[in-house]
Every structure is written in C-alpha cells, then in structure tokens.
Design a protein around this ligand. Sequence first.
Ligand SMILES: Cc1cc2nc3c(=O)[nH]c(=O)nc-3n(C[C@H](O)[C@H](O)[C@H](O)COP(=O)(O)O)c2cc1C
Length: 512
Amino acid sequence: MRQIDQKSIAGIYHQKTKYYEAQMSEQQTPLNWATQPSPFKEYHSEKNIDLTPYLPLKNNPFTGKPIEHVEEKGYPFTLGALSRLLYFTNGVTGILQYPSGENLAMRAAPTAGGLYPTEIYVAIQNHAMLADGIYNFQVSDHSLVPAWEGNFWSEFGKYCFGHEAIESANLIFITTAIFQRSAWRYQERAYRRILLDTGHVLGNLVAYAHEEGFFPYSIGKFVDKSFNRLLFLDEALEGVLSVVALPQNPVKIDENPERSLQHRFVQLNDGEIDPLLLQLHHGSSIQLKKELQAQFSTNTDGPESLEEKYGFKETAPLTGEPIDWINGIGQTILLRRSTRAYTGESFSRESLSSLLKYAYSDHLLEHSHLFSSAYLETYLVIQHVDGLEAGVYYYAPLSQELRLIYAGDFERQTWHFCLGQELARDAAALVIHTANLEKAMSQYGNRAYRYLHLDAGHIGERMNLAAIQLKLGVSGIGGFYDDEVNALLGLPLDQIIVYITTLGQSHGVHRP
Ligand SMILES: Cc1cc2nc3c(=O)[nH]c(=O)nc-3n(C[C@H](O)[C@H](O)[C@H](O)COP(=O)(O)O)c2cc1C
C-alpha cells in the first residue's frame, strides 16, 4: 500500500495528526475551560467605526432602532457595503444560550468546535469617509478599529508578488488565524481545522462579494513574514492565511507557470520549533530571498486530468437545476446553521445535483477564487439519495457525473470513521475531499497543505449555502479516522483525506 511521504513537514504533520481509534485517549486531552482563549481580539481606539447602523437587518440589535436600507453596489463602496460584506463574511448571525446562562455568539461561517480562530483585517485606500489604513474587524460589536493608518498598497503589491488584483482594488481583506483558539481543544490537529474554518469564511466572502458588485481575488501566495510584520502579529500565536483583493471589475491575471516557482519556502530545522502545528505553519511559509532553494521539484505540469478518473465505471449524470437564490445569498447566509442530527431520510438526486453544481461551479476556477482546487479529488458516499444506488462514488465536477466505484450500505463504516458521530450514520450523503499530497506539493511545496484545506473549506461553505437554500441539513466533520476513510474509498494512503461534509434531512438545526 502506498504510504504518505514523510520527508516533508506537510507529510510528517499529516501522518502525525491522523486519528487512530486506539490512540484517541492520548490524542484528545480533557478540556480545561479556564484556559480557553477568547474568540475576540481586542484593539482599543477612540476612532472606532460603528458599522451597526448599516446591518442588513430590520432593527439594529444593539440599539433596537429601525435600519434604513439604501441600495448601492460596487465602487465607490459605501460604509453600508463594507458593513454587509463583513457581516455576511463572518459577523454574528445568532446567539446560542447555554444552560449555564453563558452565550455563544455564532457567526456567519461555521467553525470546528465553535472556536472561531479566524480574524479579519481590512485595508482601505482612497475612500471618502475612511482614512487609508489597515483596520481590524471587531466581531463582537460589528465595528472597524483602525489598527495602522497609512497607505500600504506598494507593500501589498510587493508581498503578493505583483498580483494584478491588488493595484486595481481599493479594498483588501486579510484573514489571519489565532492558532490557540482551536489548538486549545484540538492540539496539533487544530491546524487542519483552522484552515478548513478559514476556507469557510472565504467561501462566504467570495459568494457574497459578487452580490455587492465586487470581484474577489483570493491570493494564497504572499510573503508571510512581511505580512505578519506589517500587522504586528506575534508569529508564535497568529499568522496570515489569505489575502483577498476586492476590485470592482474583473482583472486579467497572468497565469504564467513561472509564477508558481516563486513558491519558495523557509528551510525547516527539524525540531527547532515546537509544537508541530507551528512547524507546519512556518514550514509552509513563503519568503522573498531568491537564493533559497525550493524544497520541491520544479515540475509545473499540473495535475493529470481528474475528469478521466473512473471514466469506465457506471456513470450517473447529474442534471439538477441551478439554485435560485431568490432573496440573495446574504439572506441564505443569515439562515445558515450546522445540522446537529439528521432524520436518516433521503433527499432527491436533483437536489444533490444542484448543490454539487453550485459548490464546484467553473466560476470558482475561472476567477481565481481557489488556490489549488485542481488537486482536490471528491468522493461521495451515498447512503439515501432517491434515484441513486447506495455506495461509494467518484465525482467528476466538469462533466457533472457521479461514477460508481462500488455499491453497498456503509452507514456503520461512516459512523465509525467519523468518530462514532450519528451525524455521519444518518446523513443521506457524505462528500469527502481527498488529495494526492505529493502531487500538489510538486507544484506548491509545503504550502499545498494550506491550499488544499482552505479550498476544501471554501467548497464546503458553498455546499453549506446551497444546502440551506435547498432546505437540507448540512454539517462539516473535521475529525475522522483517516486511514479508515481511505479503506472505504479504496484509496492508497498517499491520498490524504482533507475534509468531510455531511448532507441530509435535518431535524436538529440550531435556531438560536
Ligand atoms: C471544519 C469544521 C469541522 C466541523 N466538525 C464537526 C463535527 O465533527 N461534528 C459536528 O457535530 N459539527 C462539526 N462542525 C460544525 C460546528 O460544530 C459548527 O459550525 C459550530 O458549532 C458553529 O455552529 P453553526 O455552524 O451552526 O454556526 C464542524 C464545522 C467545521 C467548519
């Protein structure tokens, strides 16, 4: 059986953070609630910009006063557009009250364990009402705090290797992660969930930004240290994960393959940085110094066509209608919650088709919204979908086909490998993202690990939104016995399991 290559930090990290049933008691330590980090980063300033008067709600939840709605789109963007963009990307969309009386502010994007590791910074230039600078989005009171005044566009351009969308944009979102928020509960494996969580946040941003008249460009290739320094981040605690430029028009991006060779990585001194999570984060950093040798081959051929895979097998074409968003994606984001329990009932093949079509739309690739999606391979375990035989399928996104690998009922296996969660057993279908890590690394080095998980989270969020709009239940699953998933899918172990999204009929959606 082919094994994962453990010569790279990404390979080592992945192997060491796999869950095995026999080791679960060591891998998951009891939670110490006293040490849980706050999910809110606080910056104090006299110049806080209150964005609540522009919330896309009937009444301001902070003052109770009615909110007046004015329609405006694109540039010059208004405070209203900025408020909505932030809100639908990851603002507070619900409050969950625990029996203890404590509240959990639930956000627009889902997050493993309700831990919210993702922070959002916003850079603005040439705005009539806001000074040039970098702001932090304060989720708890829906405001922007000026963190650094000044124009940093030339730095952004340099740090993003001259990405064309930067200079065309007056608005840039920068996402960072505060590692300990998630590591507090999930230890080393937290980094996987942090990336998936941030991918979900990007999914909201990209889906909603179009509605406001922006053209988002997600940039994964940037000089980490320079960005981290610009934001004064303590690199042992927090790091930039993505940069999203939001110009008002599409920008021509130079797809020159030479560019991917700029993925140069810091040399890793084994064991120098502890814990493993930080080793991977820093080991997947890009730095400017040209003389550093890349740690991977310079093969830029790209992945072999995923569409060909299992082409000779029994094929089920997917022919669902495109989703009608009726009141806009923002309104769907408002309603999104993860399903806590499925009924075990089926849903239709048409719904599954529409959902997959939206989640994997060509649009995503055409407009550079994903980082490495060409390396993600998607499998489905169909448990109860009308018009589809139960079994394991390969999904070919371009031809919109499900290819049956083998038929059978696998609820017991899915329940077991999702750590005994009934959510998996009772789901109508599980969508499983996998990737050949080595192949993805041949193009992106260790950074492939980030890209694959960010992209899987991004597609996962699109599945969330589509499911909610189709009145289906949906939930991500970030913890699974990796090798057991490989066994069910019949995949060698060098094909890593990235993420699982469950879909089904829900009867346990949290409606705060
Ligand atoms: C990466 C990721 C992994 C998750 N894993 C699980 C899981 O294993 N089991 C589960 O019940 N929910 C899981 N969830 C759902 C979260 O528990 C849920 O998003 C969080 O409690 C916030 O609630 P909301 O999604 O309803 O806003 C996951 C979500 C994400 C994004």
